[in-house]
Design a protein around this ligand. Structure first.
Ligand SMILES: [Zn+2]
Ligand SMILES: [Zn+2]
Length: 399
């Protein structure tokens, strides 16, 4: 294992950070590194993400607990190791949604949640019963959004094909309740014992009953509509509420809108991947937007007013006389909103002014320019701002 980093360093907060700062820092780390966000990454990326996520979670579990934090502040790792410092990962990483919901009191509707990844997941119900609880498969689909839709948030309809309980047998697999019998193989326990005798003694292992697939019951007179599975295929439309600020590749989880499970188990989820159509004029980077405004030499010298496209209409921007090519104007708050639960506020719209130089002049124009050529106003005389701007543009060129 790599050398352990200081918990404050891991979360990028200082020792005086408030509980809210620590929470926000962890949320940021979880969003970035949760393994659900890296399912399509390379093995190396997945491994790195997993380590980073574990590291951040461990740091958060200590720093978010006033007792543990106090011990850690006083004694370092020695103060928290063995005192439940590190979370238990034996049950997997947890659902990213649940993590965010825990952090923010369920305010957030949901991203992440890869669940069973389409393999028809099931789990064993806890407690007394060992009978298998079926869970329907998740369904993955996508929606394509314009930047305007992302700006405002939108409700979209998606049409999917999914398994739903059979209407003729109400999902039971048979029309007649008396045709549901206790499984003779496992006597209703859902499990069978496999006993092996070897040199080392007798070993008893349990496995899912092959006759009832763990359900503990069998159907003797299967429903003709669904063949006893209790499920029928349906093409259905689901309305999905998409919060403002989402980004390409994010995934929304709509709970219980996936496939129904056989034998009236729990439904899988509907996973909606966000796709963005590019905007013809605005470029997006996170919550910020970028636009290039081209003006003429005359407008740059004399000043002008231009109309900048915005996601909520347009914006009249005054350009001062003497504006240099490459100048960036920030329109505060004219960017995109942050997704609720992921950050706060709105991004900005950056307008870069570019001055277009005519490539050809007619004789009169050329004469007029030549007349002015030696005029003092045209001799470069850089202000401090000009120098800064040119230096910045030069750096961009280096990259
Ligand atoms: Zn059985
Ligand atoms: Zn049926």
């Amino acid at each position: 294992m790599a050398e352990r980093r200081d918990y404050y360093e891991v979360l990028g907060v200082d020792k005086n950070a408030s509980a809210d700062d620590i929470k926000a820092a962890y949320r940021k780390a979880a969003l970035k590194w949760h393994p659900d966000r890296w399912v399509s990454g390379s093995d190396q990326e997945k491994k790195t993400a997993e380590e980073k996520f574990k590291e951040a979670s461990e740091a958060y579990s200590v720093l978010s607990d006033p007792d543990k934090k106090a011990r850690y502040d006083q004694f370092g790792f020695a103060g928290t190791d063995g005192a439940g410092g590190a979370p238990d990962w034996s049950q997997g990483f947890g659902n990213l949604n649940d993590i965010l919901n825990d952090l923010f009191g369920g305010r957030f509707g949901g991203f992440g949640g890869f669940g069973s990844g389409g393999f028809g997941g099931f789990g064993f119900g806890g407690g007394q019963s060992q009978q298998r609880v079926f869970r329907g498969r998740d369904i993955r689909t996508s929606v394509t959004l314009t930047l305007e839709e992302i700006n405002s948030g939108v409700e979209k309809e998606v049409t999917i094909e999914r398994n739903r309980p059979c209407p003729d047998c109400q999902g039971k697999g048979t029309r007649n309740s008396s045709d549901i019998k206790t499984c003779p193989t496992c006597k209703g326990s859902g499990q069978v014992q496999n006993i092996t005798n070897s040199l080392f003694g007798r070993t008893v292992a349990y496995s899912t009953c092959p006759q009832c697939q763990g359900e503990g019951k069998v159907v003797t007179n299967p429903c003709r509509t669904c063949g006893g599975t209790g499920l029928v295929r349906r093409r259905e439309t689901v309305r999905v509420k998409i919060p403002a600020g989402v980004e390409e590749g994010m995934q929304l989880t709509v709970r219980s809108e996936g496939h129904s499970a056989p034998h009236n188990g729990t439904n899988g989820d509907l996973l909606v991947v966000i796709k963005e159509t590019g905007h013809p004029q605005l470029k997006r980077q996170g919550t910020d937007l970028y636009y290039t405004q081209v003006i003429s030499v005359m407008d740059a010298m004399l000043g002008c007013e231009v109309t900048v496209p915005c996601l909520d209409g347009s914006y009249r921007l005054k350009i001062d006389a003497g504006t240099q090519s490459g100048t960036t104007v920030k329109l505060r708050g004219k960017g995109l909103p942050a997704v609720s639960g992921y950050g706060s506020g709105r991004g900005d719209l950056f307008v870069q002014i570019m001055v277009w130089i005519p490539r050809k002049l007619n004789r009169d124009e050329r004469k007029a320019m030549e007349d002015m050529k030696y005029s003092d106003s045209f001799r470069p005389n850089l202000s401090r701002d000009d120098k800064n701007l040119f230096e910045k543009l030069g750096k961009k060129f280096d990259e």
